[in-house]
Write a protein that binds this ligand. Structure first.
Ligand code: PGA
Length: 254
């Protein structure tokens, strides 16, 4: 049985002080989780990752990005080894805000995933269509390309370890979430895309998350669906009370 995954994406929010108080306020429910059934993490700023690592208990620290080069003249960037050294082995890759604001493309995501493979790091690769692509009925095609271009040249073994987060851009931070049926269909399409290229043994192992205006009222609709293994949550992961509610909803699946 696959574990259920809940990852909060804090984006450029929360100072170290705020992170400490969040950890304190959520500790009890986080520690009550059975790690064989659930994975719960926070994608925080780089600064806060060591705090989560040291004090977060079962809460996993997830980077929001990394550079594909090992080191060098890349002002403002962070490398895989820097993250490894502080014990962080998960990172988001290709979040739509990075694609839109920092020129990330499927091919830079591919380079990043290759670097992560070398470092044995776990990727949460984000895909999703824009509103106009959605309206033109191009969602599946866009997502397929985002996946195939990004996984080119990765080993079967590494592809089978991927977590792929389907986050329609029109649903992020808008309150306009995709229906759980639509998200489930896209999750199936993602699995089929991997299956076509690498076969069922690989596609069976890949985790698929949904993200985009997930909150305590709708989280269960998604995680209950056959092809959805968890959620990536932005806004609703910031308030500790809301994060606790998300975890409690997830635990109802036990
Ligand atoms: P949201 O963000 O939950 O606030 O829509 C999701 C994300 O960007 O990962």
């Amino acid at each position: 049985m696959k574990r259920k995954i809940l990852i909060g994406n804090w984006k450029m929010n929360k100072t170290m002080k705020e992170t400490l108080s969040f950890i304190g306020e959520t500790k009890e429910v986080v520690e009550s989780l059975n790690e064989e059934e659930f994975v719960v993490g926070i994608a925080s700023s780089f600064l806060c990752l060591p705090l989560i690592r040291k004090l977060g208990g079962k809460l996993i620290g997830v980077a929001q990005n990394l550079h594909y080069e090992e080191s060098g003249a890349f002002t403002g960037e962070i490398s895989a080894s820097m993250l490894e050294e502080i014990g962080v082995d998960f990172s988001l890759i290709g979040h739509s805000e990075r694609r839109q604001n920092f020129n990330e493309t499927n091919s830079t995501c591919n380079l990043k995933l290759k670097t992560m493979e070398k470092h044995n790091m776990n990727a949460i690769y984000c895909v999703g269509e824009t509103l106009s692509e959605y309206e033109e009925g191009k969602g599946e095609e866009v997502v397929k390309t985002q996946i195939l271009e990004a996984i080119e040249g990765l080993s079967e073994n590494y592809v089978s370890s991927l977590v792929i987060a389907y986050e329609p851009i029109w649903a992020i931070g808008t309150g306009n979430n995709a229906t759980s049926e639509d998200a489930n269909n896209m999750a199936l399409h993602i699995i089929e895309t991997i299956k076509e290229k690498y076969g069922e043994k690989v596609s069976d192992k890949v985790y698929v998350l949904y993200g985009g205006s997930v909150n305590e009222d709708n989280i269960k609709d998604y995680v209950d669906k056959e092809n959805i293994d968890g959620v990536l949550v932005g806004g609703a992961s910031l308030d500790p009370k809301s994060f606790v509610s998300l975890i409690n909803k997830l635990k109802e699946l036990e």
